[in-house]
Each structure stands twice: as structure tokens, then as C-alpha cells.
Design a protein around this ligand. Structure first.
Ligand SMILES: C[S@@+](CC[C@H](N)C(=O)[O-])C[C@H]1O[C@@H](n2cnc3c(N)ncnc32)[C@H](O)[C@@H]1O
Length: 224
């Protein structure tokens, strides 16, 4: 690890709102799995994940808007999570923590039914076909989400990327999953101020200024 990375890593350890289990801890039975309510939040409020959260910009907005829910911003990049964790502390958001793991290992961090809702916000599109399995709505990921979500738990996807959006539609249709709402131009819809329309990240605002269309869908997972 470079000196700078080591310094950043040391800094992340100072923040108690960043949880970063080692692979060994995850694979040998992660103590918080199944105990997020009691061990981390100290309440029984619903748990919402933002996957591939980066700096957790969306989670910061959701957590401020919904004190009645708990939020966990998940990403593998510690330096990004650190920025969000600092902001959450400054804003005294005690209903938001940051989890540094590979999404591939999400089932090692959460028990079946422990999660109420999932947000996937502007995921990496991985446009090359050979890397399609890395897309956060590929089959292998959807099966993992189903294994931690409550029955009827919602998954929200917000993206500027048409190819990623179409890919997700295709997969969900192939798997016969229920898409509740879907739009290729979110802001052309006559919607109230929802969590999808009412909250915008810095890049989302920039893309909108440049004329991009934001795509959004929410769906349920009912996989075998
Ligand atoms: C394009 S960024 C979007 C960040 C944020 N959601 C936003 O809207 O600004 C995608 C993020 O997903 C994370 N990511 C991609 N694949 C991942 C994986 N398999 N496990 C953990 N994080 C992942 C990357 O580290 C990156 O921070």
C-alpha cells in the first residue's frame, strides 16, 4: 500500500461510523451479521442500503430526510466512504453508517430479512459484455440481494446510463420479476416529490444541466 493510502486507511479507522471488516472476519462469521439493529443503531427502525454508494451522497440526503429509518452506505473504496463519514458526523446523522466491503460479500454481512430496502445509485456501467457480471444488477448480485431483503422489500435503481437500464430490464424480465415503476425520463413524469425525484447528487445535477435523461425503476425480488 502506498504511504498516502496507508494514511487514509488509518484515518478511516478513527471513524466509528465506518465499519470495515477484514475478509477473514467476514468469512469466519461477522459478528454484526443479524445484529445491525442492536449492535449498530440501537433501535429497530427499518434498514436501507445504498450499494456502490461512493461518498454516500444519496445516503446522506436520505438519512437527513428519513430519521425514522437506518441507512448503510456500502462501497469498497475507503477514501470515498471517509468523505461521507466525515459529513455524516458534521451533520450529527446517527441513522447513517458506512460499510466497506465488496458487494459480492453482502450476504456475509447481513442475515436473511435484515434489510428493508436497497438503493443502487448511478452504478458503474461496466459496458463491456465480458464484464457484465460485475454490473450491480447482474443475476449473481440479484440473488444475493434477495437473500438479505425482507419479502416485498423494494430495490430502487437510478442511473443516467441507458445500456445499464436496459440490461436491468432484460434480466428482471427473464427472471420474471415484478417491476413496480419504470421510466427512462424521470423528470418528465408527473410525480410528487419522491426520494427518486426530490434528491439529486452533484453529478446528477451536472448531467441534467447537460441534457441527460435520468432513468429510474423500482422492483421486488422473488427469486428461487
Ligand atoms: C459510479 S460510482 C457511483 C457512486 C455514487 N452512488 C454516486 O451516485 O455518486 C460507483 C461506485 O460503486 C462502487 N462499486 C462498484 N462495484 C463495486 C463492488 N463490487 N463492491 C463494492 N463497491 C463497488 C465503486 O467503488 C464506486 O464508488
Amino acid at each position: 500500500m502506498s504511504k498516502n493510502k496507508l494514511k487514509k486507511y488509518a484515518e478511516t479507522l478513527e471513524y466509528e461510523n465506518i465499519i470495515q471488516p477484514t475478509k477473514q472476519q467476514l468469512f469466519n462469521g461477522f459478528g454484526i451479521k443479524g445484529h445491525w439493529h442492536e449492535e449498530v443503531f440501537g433501535n429497530q427502525k427499518p434498514i436501507v442500503l445504498e450499494l456502490g454508494a461512493g461518498k454516500g451522497e444519496y445516503s446522506l440526503m436520505l438519512a437527513a430526510k428519513h430519521p425514522s429509518k437506518n441507512f448503510i452506505a456500502v462501497d469498497i473504496k475507503g477514501d470515498r466512504l471517509l468523505k461521507g463519514a466525515k459529513e455524516a458526523k458534521e451533520k450529527n446523522l446517527d441513522n447513517l453508517v458506512f460499510l466497506r466491503i465488496q458487494i459480492e460479500h453482502i450476504e456475509l454481512a447481513f442475515e436473511q430479512d435484515e434489510v428493508d430496502e436497497i438503493w443502487i445509485t448511478f452504478p458503474d456501467p461496466f459496458p463491456k459484455k465480458t464484464r457484465a457480471k460485475n454490473r450491480m444488477t447482474s443475476r449473481r448480485f440479484l440473488h444475493r440481494y434477495k437473500n438479505i431483503l425482507k419479502k416485498n422489500g423494494l430495490v430502487h435503481l437510478k442511473t443516467d446510463n441507458t445500456q445499464f437500464f436496459d440490461f436491468t430490464h432484460e434480466i428482471l424480465t427473464e427472471l420474471n420479476q415484478e417491476i413496480l415503476f419504470s421510466t427512462r425520463d424521470l423528470y418528465s413524469e408527473d410525480l410528487d416529490n419522491t426520494d427518486a425525484t426530490g434528491l439529486q447528487t452533484y453529478y446528477e445535477r451536472k448531467w441534467l444541466e447537460d441534457g441527460a435523461k435520468i432513468k429510474y425503476m423500482d422492483f421486488r425480488l422473488n427469486l428461487d
